[in-house]
Design a protein around this ligand. Sequence first.
Ligand SMILES: NC(=O)c1ccc[n+]([C@@H]2O[C@H](COP(=O)([O-])OP(=O)(O)OC[C@H]3O[C@@H](n4cnc5c(N)ncnc54)[C@H](O)[C@@H]3O)[C@@H](O)[C@H]2O)c1
Ligand SMILES: [Fe+2]
Length: 427
Amino acid sequence: MISDSTRNALVATGLGALMRGAGLVTRYIPIPQPTLLVGPGSSARLGQAIAGFGHSKILIVTDSIISKLGLLNSLTDALTAGGAQFVVFDEITPDAPIPLIEKGIAFYQSHDCDAIVAFGGGSSMDASKAIAVSVANPHKSLHQLAGYFKGLRTPVRVYAVPTTAGTGSEVTVAAVISDPQTHKKLVIVDPRMVPKMAALDPSLMTGLPPHITAATGIDALTHAIEAFVGHWTTPYSDGMALSAVGLIFENLRTAYRNGKDLAAREKMSLASTYAGFAFTRANVGYVHAIAHQFGGLYHTPHGLANAIMLPLVLKFSSPAITERLALLALRAKVGKPGEADEVLAQKFLDAVDQLNHDLGIPTTLEALREEDIPALAKAACWEAHTGYPVPRYLSQEECEALIARALPPKIAPPKRRKKKPTAGALS
Ligand SMILES: NC(=O)c1ccc[n+]([C@@H]2O[C@H](COP(=O)([O-])OP(=O)(O)OC[C@H]3O[C@@H](n4cnc5c(N)ncnc54)[C@H](O)[C@@H]3O)[C@@H](O)[C@H]2O)c1
Ligand SMILES: [Fe+2]
């Protein structure tokens, strides 16, 4: 029998070689970028453009809340005005569950569509990307398509309209979907899924509730930070990550407190997209690896899971990333040039705590159960060590201890009150 530490070391060395190879691929392969239309009304302009492309029928994929809020109207009006045919599939729910994606695939096929507009948060956008790969590769199940470059044929064309400022899925190579049977999340990675065009239309986001604004905004922040502190950075990903961090520290509180502030909403959309550009090259880290397990098992909203784990993982990683945290502090304007790196790094850690606090993000996860932690940590470590260029290695035990810090406080059993003797009792 080999000890846990020896096994960890062996795994780390073997996976380390594999990861270095993967890092070289992700850093340098060409990744297409969508043409971006930005600003209020850009979803209508995207509709006009798409109508000119001569598709025979377009599938719009979204969720029922977005559809009931009437957010599709400016796009669909423009499609109708341009003479384009379209159908709407509005049954996607959070985390893009496989059975609903399969329903979307059948809907696409039964209507003979030839393009998709992904309209919504990450769940609708990722469901759309998964449908796009799947209809082009019908001989493979969604499970078989999960992983890197598993579809032989090019996915059908996708256009995107994000309605949250968070995932960056409108520019990324990934589609995160969920399997309700195993309670696991799966990731399909294929650069050919990147949408051809995307509209960042802040007027669609003014009704986004504050708690979703907060969680999705911290998702974008986590993408930027994890991309910036990992081992696969490039000057391009660094530039995008730093821009995103600056914009988020300047605008997320405003978007949270006053959702109707179009300028703040637009800047958060840009930040989310920039963070998407950064992490689609430089990838993410343990925060996401753990958040995906919370999402799979407890259906914790993705952004909230990230927001709870971000401060904990950053504090663990800080000895290995002091210089990088110092640069982040300067971009977030929470420290001054000339201050020591250690001082700046600590200021950035404090600023992340403060931002979470100001956005009403809890420090613990209500649903987390102590008995689940070993399995959650094992799955998170596997995900991170096989896919993410993490800056400081976490062993299974360390990962368990880190997750345990997100346990909700134990509710003390109600104290038994001593009965006070009453006059009646005496008598
Ligand atoms: N593909 C990627 O690169 C990538 C990156 C990060 C996260 N993800 C995945 O994206 C999913 C999360 O996406 P999300 O955080 O955007 O949430 P979401 O798409 O699940 O939406 C959350 C809720 O917000 C509502 N909503 C969305 N836009 C709204 C608006 N403008 N007004 C009112 N309500 C609105 C939705 O109806 C839903 O109820 C997760 O599955 C996550 O794993 C993917
Ligand atoms: Fe994310």
